[in-house]
Design a binder for this molecule. Sequence first.
Ligand code: ADP
Ligand code: MG
Length: 613
Amino acid sequence: MANTHQFQTEVRQLLDIVIHAFYSDREVFVRELVSNASDALEKLRLKQLTNAAVYEPERELRITITTDEEGKTLTISDAGIGMTQDEVIEYLGTIAHSGTKKFLEMMKESQSGTQDLIGQFGVGFYSVFMAADSVEVTTRFWQPDATPVKWTSDGREGYTLEDAPADTPRGTSILIHLKEDATDFSRAEHLRHIISRYSNFVGFPIDFNGEHLNTVQAIWMKNKKDVTAEEYESFYKYIAHTESAPLTYMHFSADAPIVLNSVLFVPQDNPEAFGFGRCEPNVALYCHKVLIDNKPENLLPDWLRFLAGVVDSEDLPLNISREMLQDNSLLRRISGIITKRFIKHLETLAKDDADKYETFWQQFSRFIKEGVVTSWEHKDALGKLLRFESTFTEAGKLTSFADYISRMKENQKDIYVLYGASRAQLEHSPYLDALKARGFEVAFFTDGGDQFVIDTLMKVEDKEIKSIDRSNLDLPPLKAQPDTPGLDAEEATGLTSWLSSTFSEAFSKVTTSDRVTSAPAIALQGENDISPEIKAYMKAMGQPVPESHPEIALNPHSPIVQKLAELRTKDEALATLLAEQIMNTALLRAGMLDDPAKLADNSQALLEKLLSK
Ligand code: ADP
Ligand code: MG
């Protein structure tokens, strides 16, 4: 008895796109089905190795592909793990797979060029309808008492389910009736050509029209010297379900203290660009060529989730469960070793191919920064990978802390940084005055989150990193003093002590300083104050925000400040308004003004007062 089922709405939407896919993208479905067959065989192999009682235990683990040019069909079968009826309903009737879900999201977001995405992202099983008029899936689950099921669909509204013959062998067989304009896929030569491109990376023999097609090779177990760049590239395309080449890759083997073989790939583009949420890690875990888990969650640190590849260790127990994967000290060591090697790989890349590293940086900088904040043991190594602009670079050109340190002046102790929205904004910051006067370089950080990153990093080599809007900058004295007239010592003390007492609630201190020359005043964060960015974050998280104690540094050579000193004794009311204006403007510039309305009210009062004179 056949039962009719409706596809989930999302599946129908997906199929509608898939059916109209570009002709050139169509062949992607072959890779998807072969990779599913391979996954199913891997799962079965693991069952057998961990001593589960399997139906037809002697049945060979292989993929069988047959073409029938006359019948315009193509069949892809495997002796893998199979599916229960419930699984068939879930996997072949809803969007269960997260990659497919993501594809659907992308497609909804993107106004144009949705078709392009099919080639770039694995659409999974449903891609078969790019070439199929109708599809029959016959499957028997691995457990001896399972009932075989047959699923049939034309990829439109829904599918039918019925019992399959009792003699259905273990695994899954997919019979594809090709569309009139897709009969090419039933031509043996054409299909052989498609399959041969990646078949050597499939972990099981492929039998093609009765002929053995591939020599199975786990390239991560080979010696680096014996693998060509093309092989790495094809392997990447196969595991990442993509048509684009990797940006860079690392092949790493070790015998001690742990036997390890790993190949890791960095994709061409940041999969989380355009705000598409977190990507899933795609580094599979193997134990001596046996797949343990396709996408283990905690294998590598979270900030490396953009990587694709394989980690293989003979030292792992084969029957390791998901729970054990969560908390296994050997895995933690493996993760540490591989992370370290990968960081080193990036360092070498930066040295040997600066352009390529910069491309990497443009795409993946936020992951590296996330690593600084979340991977304490790697933060120093990661700090060296950071890139930024500075007062010494041309606009758009990047530099590193290593280069910065090599340019440090003899009397310069610390590394200086400044945060802001853009280089253009930072270039005009009065905080730079003191550093410019001493010929010191200042690094610009313009991404949201940069203050967290630098606050966590704290040091590079043995040099402390100091934000130049802080009060506790330990700068060497200036040799030459400006030749513009300034307040004398008495005037300065008079003014600052009056301001300190008048505004004691708002500021911890008011001083005159040579740290500012291009503006009347700057606001400085107190030594133990929390930076504005972190304050904003705490506020957003609903946490209580500790009070700040900013200081004001006045420029004693500013005509406005000199005027203020004079006014203090002549017209205290006007002097108070003027002082407030100067100091609130400094706060505003520093991102520390909590209430901008204050500044507006004050400037209005000040103008009224001045104009009524
Ligand atoms: P993915 O392979 O990324 O999970 P697919 O759309 O390709 O996504 O497949 C969805 C699910 O259908 C698989 O996760 C698997 O559980 C099931 N499946 C597909 N093909 C097979 C097969 N040949 N044997 C067993 N299960 C399969
Ligand atoms: Mg798949």
